[in-house]
Design a protein around this ligand. Structure first.
Ligand SMILES: Nc1ncnc2c1ncn2[C@@H]1O[C@H](COP(=O)(O)OP(=O)(O)OP(=O)(O)O)[C@@H](O)[C@H]1O
Length: 539
């Protein structure tokens, strides 16, 4: 009942139209759901997959900002969202599309720029697209150079892939081979180190990779270098040629010889920071100091004393140095927790240290290059290279343990006077900006007397000091770049003194000098003779 002067009420016709539209939409949705319910799940999934695949050719990296801009499965997108990953990084933006399209990809981007997700996401999608099940066996193989890196990648995969049904496994050695063998044939995505993988290929009769869809090499240049050459050649022989291959690293290999072994098919090269001014993160502040051998330990001790609330990693050239200096520093009590990580530790211990360092807010980790690549320890403030790295690539990976994903960080390289010229030149050629800073001698705390007192009281520590001494010399001797590393230029007497190793009556340096050119064994033989021989015992 309406009359003049009254406000018009809601229009019943429009209301009805609206209701009818909503009703029809709901009815159609229900009908579709009912229809789908009658069809097997895999068939419905198949249709969803076909819709995603239709979008692949249109992927345009320039239009991608978020992960949801890629045609990814709901399961992957949900995993990413739950792990708080929304916006893509540059390497992810540029490579995920190519990998989804099935191309072989060589991806290079600075340390800490998100390469892990750049290969994990396409791996998940590849198996999802093929509706892979645990019955289908091994579909994706991810090879990492170290156990810790493999474990870390496994954790990222578990987090992001948790809504998928495939199984993932970690095969890194240090565990019972039979136990691993019992599980290996159920694994769809296998993350492994090269040595252990080959062992299973050789010894586990029911392990086969004949249906492998995708091979991923993380830290590809390291995996393909001389150290792993024989193992990798044997592994590749066991893999089907028809597969997709993804290679990632901050220092990518361009060597045709390396790549030929992998039989890549028209690979796409994505060098994200190729034109960047520097090859290290912009948020990383890098310095070097020139320090005599005799002052190195004093320098490190003084550094740690003045950075008690920081988290640092100190890199050494050999396991024996880490072992010895870890003990010495624990005794010197700099006032900050000290941890040690190296390849000679038991697997349990390695994992314990790795997890401990992740949790700690302030601590210092003494490590060899097992920790140089890929590890994503949160909030590391400082990377100190106590021993000069083998080359600029090793330098780049070591300093990359800090200043990760938009965070800041600082790096300090300790160089001997004999190493300065060659190393600084190499770094500048590789676009690494390092500034020299001078040590303030007044700020150096002298711990040499204390160290010598420890050694005098502790025979085991003394032996460790000697082993450290020999292994340091050996590592320098074996370095290829003789412009930087010349064992004959090292002031050995000062080194021995710095490490608290008793000084011998005869300076072994003269002996070494006389027997050039020499093989490693003869150098070491001389060193050992001088250290453990009669002259030493008579002291
Ligand atoms: N899209 C993203 N959004 C937010 N954080 C991200 C994203 N991608 C990666 N990260 C974070 O950035 C950090 C570095 O990533 P990642 O370890 O993959 O780097 P990387 O390029 O493989 O480094 P490296 O060369 O040292 O191996 C990690 O903590 C990761 O969680």
């Amino acid at each position: 009942m309406g009359g003049p002067g009254r406000r018009a009420g809601p229009d019943p016709v429009r209301n009805f139209e609206r209701w009818k539209k909503k009703y029809t939409k709901r009815k159609n949705k229900l009908r579709l759901q009912q229809k789908q319910r009658k069809r097997p799940e895999w068939e419905v999934e198949r249709e969803g997959i076909a819709r995603l695949e239709q979008r692949y050719p249109e992927i345009n990296p320039n239009e991608i900002e978020r992960f949801s801009d890629f045609p990814l499965s709901k399961k992957t997108l949900k995993g990413l969202q739950e792990a708080q990953y929304r916006m893509v990084t540059e390497i992810q933006r540029q490579t995920i599309g190519l990998s989804l399209q099935g191309k072989d990809v060589l991806g290079a981007a600075k340390t800490g720029s998100g390469k892990t997700l750049a290969f994990i996401i396409p791996a998940l999608e590849r198996l999802y697209r093929q509706q892979w099940t645990s019955m289908d066996g091994l579909g994706v193989l991810i090879i990492s150079p170290t156990r810790e890196l493999a474990y870390q990648t496994f954790e990222v995969l578990r987090k992001v892939g948790k809504n998928h049904e495939f199984s993932a496994g970690l095969i890194i050695g240090g565990k019972d081979l039979q136990q691993e063998a019992n599980k290996i044939h159920h694994i769809n995505i296998l993350i492994c180190t090269p040595g252990r993988l080959l062992q299973h290929m050789d010894e586990t009769s029911y392990f086969h990779a004949s249906d492998l869809q995708m091979l991923i090499l993380d830290e590809a240049d390291r995996i393909l270098d001389m150290g792993f050459a024989d193992t990798m050649n044997a592994i590749i022989e066991n893999l089907p040629k028809k597969r997709q291959t993804l290679l990632f690293s901050a220092t990518q290999t361009k060597s045709v010889k390396d790549l030929a072994r992998l039989s890549l098919k028209d690979p796409e090269y994505v060098w994200v920071h190729e034109k960047a001014k520097f090859s290290t993160p912009a948020t990383l502040d890098q310095n070097y100091i020139v320090c005599g051998l005799e002052q190195k330990i004093n320098m490190l001790y003084s550094f740690l004393r003045s950075h008690l609330n920081k988290k640092s990693i100190v890199f050494y050239a050999s396991c024996k140095e880490v072992q010895y200096l870890f003990r010495v520093f624990c005794r010197l009590r700099p006032g900050i927790p000290i941890l040690a990580l190296h390849g000679k530790q038991q697997q349990m211990k390695r994992m314990e240290v790795y997890n401990d360092f992740i949790r700690k807010k302030s601590a210092v980790l003494f490590a060899t290059d097992v920790a140089a690549r890929g590890l994503d320890f949160p909030a590391v403030n400082w990377v100190i290279q106590f021993d000069c790295p083998e080359d600029a690539n090793t330098y780049i990976h070591r300093v990359g343990r800090t200043a990760r994903y938009k965070e800041g960080g600082e790096a300090l390289l300790v160089l001997l006077p004999s190493e300065e010229k060659g190393m600084v030149h190499q770094l500048s050629q590789r676009k690494v900006p390092v500034n020299e800073i001078k040590i303030n001698p007044e700020k150096l705390v002298d711990v040499q007397k204390k160290m010598q007192a420890f050694l005098a009281q502790d025979q085991e520590l003394k032996e460790r000091a000697q082993r450290c001494f020999v292994s340091y010399l050996r590592s320098v001797y074996l370095m290829k770049n003789k412009e930087v590393f010349d064992v004959f230029k090292l002031p050995l007497a000062e080194y021995k003194k710095a490490n608290g190793v008793p000084i011998f009556k005869n300076d072994i340096w003269d002996d070494l000098d006389n027997c050039r050119p020499v093989s490693v064994t003869s150098v070491l033989g001389r060193i050992m003779e001088c250290q453990y021989g009669t002259r030493f015992h008579k002291e």
